[in-house]
Design a protein around this ligand. Sequence first.
Ligand SMILES: Cc1cc2nc3c(=O)[nH]c(=O)nc-3n(C[C@H](O)[C@H](O)[C@H](O)COP(=O)(O)OP(=O)(O)OC[C@H]3O[C@@H](n4cnc5c(N)ncnc54)[C@H](O)[C@@H]3O)c2cc1C
Length: 116
Amino acid sequence: MADITTDVMIIGTGPAGSSAAALLASYGINILIINRYRWLANTPRAHITNQRTMEVLRDLGREVEDEAYMYASAQDLMGENVFCESLAGEELGRMKSWGKSPQSRAEHQLSSPCHM
Ligand SMILES: Cc1cc2nc3c(=O)[nH]c(=O)nc-3n(C[C@H](O)[C@H](O)[C@H](O)COP(=O)(O)OP(=O)(O)OC[C@H]3O[C@@H](n4cnc5c(N)ncnc54)[C@H](O)[C@@H]3O)c2cc1C
């Protein structure tokens, strides 16, 4: 077995481990990050990237923040949760979500003055 020397070893490449590794690396710290699995999901898993996360991405560099925006969906395209019998089945109802209702949208905008 090879000897490995590193300043920091991070177990887990989820958001916590990955961001910790990226932030430490941005200070020139030697990192080893490992994960239980050898693959990354190739389909989306999340709906919302919150403001604190965007601040962390901005700390990593403007290009990192820009890349996040590049892959983001506009809020207007994902503002409702639909309840239906199946993907092609009868729609039972829908509700405004993810900050789409007028009151919630106002709260989000008031919390994000730079994006008003
Ligand atoms: C269906 C769903 C939807 C979600 N939607 C959102 C959303 O829209 N917005 C949002 O902000 N959050 C969302 N979340 C929550 C978000 O996914 C979690 O808060 C986030 O993934 C937690 O990050 P983490 O790094 O702490 O842990 P994890 O993402 O769980 O990462 C831990 C990593 O460690 C690895 N690991 C564990 N044990 C070991 C071991 N012994 N050795 C090596 N590797 C190991 C795991 O394989 C995993 O990759 C959602 C969660 C789910 C399940």
